[in-house]
Design a protein around this ligand. Structure first.
Ligand code: ZN
Length: 79
Protein backbone atom coordinates (compact mmCIF):
# COMPACT_ATOMS: atom_id res chain seq x y z
CA UNK A 1 0.00 0.00 0.00
CA UNK A 2 2.77 2.43 0.94
CA UNK A 3 4.69 1.67 -2.26
CA UNK A 4 1.53 2.18 -4.35
CA UNK A 5 0.98 5.63 -2.84
CA UNK A 6 4.66 6.48 -3.17
CA UNK A 7 4.73 5.25 -6.77
CA UNK A 8 1.74 7.45 -7.63
CA UNK A 9 3.33 10.47 -5.95
CA UNK A 10 6.62 9.87 -7.78
CA UNK A 11 4.85 9.53 -11.11
CA UNK A 12 2.90 12.75 -10.46
CA UNK A 13 6.17 14.52 -9.77
CA UNK A 14 7.80 13.10 -12.91
CA UNK A 15 10.15 10.93 -10.88
CA UNK A 16 11.07 7.26 -10.99
CA UNK A 17 10.48 4.99 -8.01
CA UNK A 18 12.86 2.05 -7.72
CA UNK A 19 12.36 -0.30 -4.78
CA UNK A 20 15.63 -1.44 -3.19
CA UNK A 21 16.22 -4.05 -0.49
CA UNK A 22 18.05 -2.06 2.22
CA UNK A 23 19.48 -5.15 3.95
CA UNK A 24 23.16 -4.67 4.77
CA UNK A 25 23.37 -1.11 3.45
CA UNK A 26 24.28 0.30 6.87
CA UNK A 27 27.17 -2.17 7.22
CA UNK A 28 28.54 -1.73 3.68
CA UNK A 29 31.23 0.84 2.92
CA UNK A 30 30.01 3.15 0.15
CA UNK A 31 33.62 3.79 -0.87
CA UNK A 32 35.22 0.33 -1.07
CA UNK A 33 32.28 -2.06 -0.68
CA UNK A 34 33.64 -3.83 2.40
CA UNK A 35 30.81 -5.35 4.46
CA UNK A 36 31.23 -5.77 8.23
CA UNK A 37 29.16 -5.07 11.31
CA UNK A 38 32.30 -3.51 12.81
CA UNK A 39 32.05 -0.73 10.20
CA UNK A 40 29.17 0.69 12.18
CA UNK A 41 30.90 2.15 15.20
CA UNK A 42 27.74 3.58 16.79
CA UNK A 43 24.12 4.09 15.75
CA UNK A 44 25.14 7.27 13.88
CA UNK A 45 28.80 6.75 13.03
CA UNK A 46 30.17 4.68 10.14
CA UNK A 47 33.91 3.99 9.90
CA UNK A 48 35.16 1.37 7.43
CA UNK A 49 37.65 -0.99 9.04
CA UNK A 50 39.28 -1.61 5.63
CA UNK A 51 39.69 1.76 3.90
CA UNK A 52 39.02 4.20 6.75
CA UNK A 53 36.05 5.91 5.06
CA UNK A 54 34.12 7.76 7.79
CA UNK A 55 30.60 9.18 7.47
CA UNK A 56 27.24 9.46 9.09
CA UNK A 57 25.71 5.95 9.00
CA UNK A 58 22.53 7.10 7.25
CA UNK A 59 24.45 9.13 4.66
CA UNK A 60 26.70 6.14 3.91
CA UNK A 61 23.67 3.83 3.61
CA UNK A 62 21.87 6.34 1.37
CA UNK A 63 24.77 6.23 -1.11
CA UNK A 64 24.57 2.42 -1.12
CA UNK A 65 20.79 2.51 -1.67
CA UNK A 66 21.12 5.06 -4.49
CA UNK A 67 23.79 2.93 -6.15
CA UNK A 68 21.60 -0.19 -5.87
CA UNK A 69 18.64 1.67 -7.36
CA UNK A 70 20.68 2.99 -10.27
CA UNK A 71 22.04 -0.50 -10.90
CA UNK A 72 18.47 -1.88 -11.00
CA UNK A 73 17.45 0.87 -13.41
CA UNK A 74 20.36 0.07 -15.74
CA UNK A 75 19.55 -3.65 -15.58
CA UNK A 76 15.87 -3.09 -16.44
CA UNK A 77 14.91 -3.69 -20.07
CA UNK A 78 14.05 -0.56 -22.04
CA UNK A 79 10.34 0.22 -21.95
ZN1 ZN B 1 35.81 1.07 2.91
Amino acid sequence: MFLQVLSHEAESAGRDLIAVNPAGTSHTCSRCGHVAKDNRVTQATFACVTCGHAANTDANAAVNILRAGLARRQAAPAA
